[in-house]
Ligand binder design. Sequence first.
Ligand SMILES: [Zn+2]
Length: 323
Amino acid sequence: MAEYIYPWLIPYWQTLTHYLRQQRIPQAVLIAGRAGIGKRQLAECFAASLLCERLSGEGLACGHCHACVLRQASTHPDFIVLEPEAGKGLGIDSVRGLLAKMALKPQFEGQRVILIDAADKLNPAAANAFLKGLEEPGERTTIILVTDKPARLPMTIRSRCQQIQITQLDQAQIQTWLAQHQVMQADALLALANGSPLRALDYHEKNYLALAGQVFDEWLSLRRDPGQVNVVKIAENWLKHPVEPVILLDWMCLWLVRLLKLFYGEGFDSALQEIKSQLELAQLCRYYQSVLEGRQLLLTQCNQQLLLEKLLIEWSQLGVKHG
Ligand SMILES: [Zn+2]
């Protein structure tokens, strides 16, 4: 199986393969950029190239050598992946296990690769312990860290890595790629997916555009006719939709940002314009903060129904004077 580089990541891939060609492989690489753009796959491709015994001209792993076969079967002894379980952090125990492996020599003659996904999930104790591994990774070892929240990583870790910051995504490449995947309404999907092409494709396959339109209308109705709508019922319905509640809050954040932009004279949206006229900027900023905090809470254990109800009630009463 050939490795695949998403077209919008090619400039970053070239930076990585440049290290290979120059035989100047960093001890640690930090790949950072927003969610849903393919950072993990880029990291996996780089790992594959570091391990492969017969690299192609473009620097891609061959897919057939002994190292490639072992890696594809997830049995390569010198390829170690550390990633948090869903909803959990990366704790000290997993880092200790990693350091114990790093203290041994690589088993094969080639490079050893350690890939840490969602590296921002290292808790403080784990991050502190991991520093030792970064300072002394051992011979022929490359550590690849992946994160969409680099600011959450301690500076002591970031400063020890070669940083690949994925900031520029070639929009034309993204449009072409989405068209190749038969995605219609690419612009609307990309807006809903906060610019992430992989999420836009996922949303297309799940028909989220129509769903988001429905959710948006209900969200607006809470402002238009707060007396006529049943918040409890709306929250219940939202939780029955085939979409993660956290995505619903992501959408709310997008709409709120659109609303906030109107205050700065950016963009136009007649439905939101009407709501803007009822609100003050400071209230809206505070509410946006509440939604962000709610989003964080959703990632932990919480009563989703109550949380949604609270946010929707707050939304419907925003700017309404009591007493
Ligand atoms: Zn190979």
